[in-house]
Ligand binder design. Structure first.
Ligand SMILES: NC(=O)c1ccc[n+]([C@@H]2O[C@H](COP(=O)([O-])OP(=O)(O)OC[C@H]3O[C@@H](n4cnc5c(N)ncnc54)[C@H](O)[C@@H]3O)[C@@H](O)[C@H]2O)c1
Length: 268
């Protein structure tokens, strides 16, 4: 139980990758602090974890609300006396529109949740980790933050590239205090069933999801939330204690360029 008595805050943990990460930490002994704007969903994940005999607590917080984040982090610190791990995972996509049709409101909202939300939590938690001289911060970016995405508009890749920059800035600031800050760039992860995924990814049909996996992912399968959760837990573990400012692709090899990809793009 490597994480026994550790306190791990996971944002956006009412579902998907965040929920899987909270479960993975809890199963290994940590108290999972489940944060989400969806309070009902967060409570349900916490209750399910507790029902299995593990430790969890839920908070309803909008990560873009600085005062709410500060108050929540203070409450967790007062309750447990330490905060060991932060996973910045909460996000919204803003949907797809060509840049000329992308509203200022969509841009502002996505940057506020994805990027400012990660800054808010990192700042509040760093104030607790610095005096402890220990801590792990793992930021969830996306392959869209390094390679862009033809179905995500401009706001989502911009916010996710910003998270990589935030990671590097935080890593340099906080490493001298014994705090490791790193980042994960997931590929396509099954946070919905394929049919639902096709509906969620704007303009994508089920066939398109399947052909994307066939062409873009050398491992020939969609990623599971646990694939990301296990990498998060590794980065929070002692095994990763000399890793700082790293950006890790967890995408089944999707980062690898291939003839098949180019052929598919060129329509051969
Ligand atoms: N699923 C994928 O294919 C994929 C691919 C690349 C990157 N990612 C990244 O992984 C992370 C998790 O993705 P997911 O697919 O599990 O997402 P998801 O949509 O299943 O879950 C996101 C969670 O964030 C919460 N949230 C949204 N706005 C919030 C706010 N203002 N405050 C607090 N919580 C808020 C939602 O309520 C939801 O529970 C995201 O950062 C995403 O960019 C996912």
């Amino acid at each position: 139980m490597e994480f026994k008595d550790k306190v791990a805050i996971v944002t956006g943990a009412a579902r998907g990758i965040g929920a899987a990460t909270a479960w993975t930490f809890a199963k290994r002994g940590a108290t999972a602090v489940i944060v989400d704007i969806n309070g009902e969903g967060a409570q349900k994940v916490a209750a399910d974890i507790q029902a299995k005999g593990f430790n969890a607590i839920a908070f309803t917080v909008d990560v873009s609300n600085t005062e709410a984040v500060d108050a929540m982090v203070e409450e967790v610190f007062q309750k447990y006396g330490h905060i060991d791990i932060l996973v910045n995972n909460a996000y919204i996509s803003g949907g797809y529109a060509i840049v000329t049709e992308t509203s200022q409101e969509t841009w502002d909202k996505v940057i506020a949740v994805n990027l400012t939300g990660s800054f808010n939590f990192a700042k509040a938690v760093a104030k607790k980790m610095i005096p402890q001289k220990s801590g792990k911060i793992i930021n969830i970016s996306s392959g869209a933050g390094t390679s862009g995405s033809l179905s995500s508009g401009v706001q989502y890749p911009a916010s996710k590239a910003g998270i990589i920059g935030l990671t590097l800035g935080l890593a340099g600031d906080l490493a001298p205090f014994g705090i490791n800050v790193n980042c994960i760039t997931p590929g396509l992860i099954r946070t919905w069933e394929p049919e639902e995924m096709a509906k969620q990814a704007t303009g994508w049909t089920l066939e398109k999801v399947e052909s994307y996996i066939a062409v873009e992912v050398p491992l020939k399968r969609v990623g599971e939330p646990e694939d990301i959760a296990e990498t998060v837990v590794f980065l929070a573990s002692k095994a990763a204690s000399y890793i700082v400012g790293e950006v890790i692709n967890v995408d089944g090899g999707g980062v690898i360029d291939s003839v098949a990809k180019r052929e598919s793009l060129l329509g051969f």
